[in-house]
Design a protein around this ligand. Structure first.
Ligand SMILES: Nc1ncnc2c1ncn2[C@@H]1O[C@H](COP(=O)(O)OP(=O)(O)OP(=O)(O)O)[C@@H](O)[C@H]1O
Ligand SMILES: [K+]
Ligand SMILES: [Mg+2]
Length: 677
């Protein structure tokens, strides 16, 4: 995984800021948002009162013990606050860097036929500005005229400039990035305060962080456990009193805190924040924590062929005449149909012909009207001024088009096209008027390592479906080569949304990537929609994640990060609850030994004294929180495997580990504590 923005987890300033924040967070009005920890804080307050006014509570003999309990409880809360503050701190640091790029800049706003200099904060949706070489783009928008190379490193961290041009899928620009050559006219698409950088700042700062449904469910469980143990402990006192055992309030509070799920209660929000942070470090902006979690639960992943599974720079690598045409004739028509086709495919056709030294009469194409490539028609070409029409495109589309013109299909077309397709290439048929003259061989290569990545996804139980506008034979070849589970060929943009709906109807969660305006509905429909930063504004607004590096295959890693987040939360919950159960067995005998020394037989751990046993359990309960902070922040070690194997593995490691750890920990702490008591 690339980690361009990664900062050290425990850098000095971050720790110092987090320490300060953990004290500020002691404010009960803030603590109440974390009910488990709020109970601990309340317990600390009660014990403090008993320490300060011992006479009032009949607690003269135990002032020292009470004071110790108070401090341990206070630190338990501080440790939990520190975990959260540390997780938040990294986002805050990142937000500060972003804010610097947001400083007020001036904009050249076009009003009528004149240009007026205004502050960027005065720009509103629909305004048009000119941005020239060296200037900062004053707001998010779409290029409506011109072409420029733009340095987007302020938001992407990537120093290589990107080309932005009017029309097509590369027209969106982001405020705060810089034009480094040429000049463009930009129509502003967002009002102040709602720009991409604003959203990014809010995201990394966690300002809009809301609890996810999973977190809410887990929190409800933790609160229920807390209430149950509160009832148990409160009723324990009269029951014990009935049989003649008097249990001191601080001891009962210590028992309560040991029993309630403080470990996960203290780390829960840090785990969530750190999970989102990992996605951000990976240069992907997730609009919500919910999106990251959904990524972890994905069952089906829809991937484009061209550019996602393959490199996507489909280049003409051969031209094959059919129907008795000569190579020169075929090449000439291929070139003329591509003269104004600015797609990489179109440019590569002209380039191939030039490189192979084939000359043709350029003037034929003069004054013709260009027919742009569209995913719907799967063709591009030109209508010549003499009335003739030239097309190139997907073989079945061109075939239909020629038949509609009253033409015939050469008998060798299918053989040549199939040969190219079964090689994994894309055949483009070339037609002049009603005659098919040949086939262009567009070559594309599957990115290395795809097969391994898809088999990892399969192990995680995720089905991959490749969607392509290409013909079934090419699609099948690439699908086989890349090792995807299924494919859909000759798919139009609207077919993607149909696939998503079909999968969702079966109860599956679906992830997809996209960049075009026509991907927007599908991106919105998918549970996880990852838009490319290079893509259109519509795509970026519909998606719940944006990849700043515009690498569609990153969706695979995003899913892994989501899984890791869910696993980390599950593992630490298991560990926390297992811990509490173990502490129960350590502390209960000690409590009763306090009242009835004959119960010494229960002291199986042979702890120093009842008081030191209680304190040791409480100290262990506190320090386990900071000890687990690195794990909460970095996530548990992640290996792709199926859900049930993962569950049993984690139950063994974190469940069994959670039961054993307190016995060892408490025993060790008791050896030290006992010296003082
Ligand atoms: N510039 C072009 N001129 C004419 N036809 C083209 C051009 N580019 C692509 N095609 C044809 O149109 C088909 C659909 O292209 P499109 O870009 O929509 O899908 P794709 O790139 O093949 O698939 P994917 O959805 O995986 O990106 C291609 O398979 C090809 O046959
Ligand atoms: K606990
Ligand atoms: Mg495409």
């Amino acid at each position: 995984m690339n980690n361009k923005r990664s900062k050290s987890l425990f850098s000095g300033t971050l720790v110092a800021q987090a320490l300060k924040a953990s004290i500020i967070k002691l404010n009960p009005a803030v603590m109440i948002k974390n009910p488990v920890m709020f109970v601990v804080e309340l317990g600390a307050a009660i014990v403090l009162l008993m320490t300060v006014f011992p006479g009032y509570f009949n607690a003269e003999e135990t002032v020292g013990f009470n004071l110790a309990v108070f401090f341990i409880l206070l630190f338990t809360v501080l440790f939990a606050n520190f975990a959260e503050a540390l997780a938040e701190g990294r986002g805050k640091a990142q937000a500060d860097t972003l804010k610097r790029t947001k400083e007020e800049i001036t904009a050249n706003k076009i009003i009528g036929s004149s240009v007026k200099t205004v502050a960027s904060s005065e720009l509103r949706k629909g305004d048009v500005v000119v941005v020239s070489q060296g200037e900062m783009i004053p707001g998010d928008g779409e290029v409506i005229d011109g072409l420029a190379s733009v340095d987007e490193s302020a938001i992407t961290g990537e120093s290589a400039p990107v080309i932005k041009e009017a029309g097509g899928d590369f027209n969106s620009v982001t405020g705060g990035t810089r034009v480094i050559s040429d000049s463009i006219k930009v129509r502003i698409t967002s009002d102040p305060g709602e720009t991409f950088i604003d959203r990014m700042i809010a995201l990394v700062e966690g300002a809009r962080r809301q609890k996810t449904p999973n977190e809410i469910a887990l929190n409800t469980l933790l609160i229920s456990l807390t209430i149950i143990f509160l009832i148990v402990v409160v009723t324990l006192r009269p029951i014990a009193a009935y049989v003649g055992i008097e249990l001191e309030v601080p001891v009962l509070i210590a028992l309560l805190v040991c029993l309630i799920p403080t470990t996960i209660g203290g780390l829960l929000s840090a785990i969530g924040i750190a999970g989102m942070d990992r996605v951000t470090q990976f240069n992907v902006l997730a609009m919500s924590g919910k999106a990251v979690e959904a990524a972890g639960d994905i069952n089906t992943m829809i991937l484009d062929k061209t550019g996602t599974i393959t490199y996507g720079n489909r280049m003409a690598s051969d031209i094959v005449p059919v129907g008795g045409a000569s190579l020169e004739e075929t090449a000439a028509w291929a070139a003329i149909s591509s003269l104004q086709d600015e797609t990489p495919e179109g440019r590569s056709v002209v380039e191939w012909i030039k490189q192979n030294g084939i000359s043709y009469d350029l003037s034929i194409g003069e004054d013709g009207s260009f027919v742009e490539f569209k995913a719907e028609t799967r063709m591009s070409g030109i209508d010549l001024r003499d009335g003739r029409k030239v097309r190139k495109g997907a073989v079945d589309s061109v075939r239909k088009w020629v038949l509609a013109q009253g033409g015939a299909i050469p008998h060798d077309l299918e053989r040549q096209a199939n040969r190219i397709a079964s090689d994994g290439g894309t055949p483009l048929a070339v037609a002049a008027d009603n005659r098919i003259v040949g086939v262009i061989y567009l070559k594309d290569t599957v990115k290395p390592g795809m097969r391994e990545r898809f088999s990892l996804l399969r192990e995680m139980g995720i089905k991959t479906i490749m969607c392509t506008g290409d013909n079934p034979l090419t699609a099948a070849t690439i699908a086989r080569e890349a090792g995807v589970d299924g494919f859909i060929a000759e798919s139009k943009p609207e077919d993607k949304i149909a696939v998503i709906r079909r999968e969702q109807a079966e109860g599956k969660l679906v992830a997809m990537t996209g960049d075009g305006t026509n991907d927007a509905p599908a991106l919105a429909q998918a549970d996880v929609g990852l838009a490319m930063n290079s893509g259109t504004t519509a795509a970026k607004e519909a998606a719940n994640m944006v990849d700043l590096d515009s690498d569609p295959s990153k969706i695979i890693e995003v899913v892994a990060i989501g899984k890791q987040l869910l696993m980390t939360r599950g593992a630490l919950t298991t560990f926390s609850i297992a811990n509490d159960i173990a502490k129960y067995f350590a502390i209960i005998p000690a409590m009763f030994m306090l009242a009835i020394p004959e119960m010494e037989a229960l002291n199986i751990m042979s702890l120093g004294s009842p008081l030191s046993a209680v304190l040791s359990a409480l100290i262990f309960n506190a320090i386990i929180i900071p000890m687990l902070i690195p794990l909460a922040m970095k996530g548990v070690a992640y290996r792709p495997m199926n859900a049930s194997r993962l569950l049993s593995r984690n139950l063994i490691i974190y469940g069994l580990g959670g039961v054993i750890a307190p016995f060892i920990g408490i025993k060790l702490i008791d050896l030290i504590v006992h010296v003082w008591i």
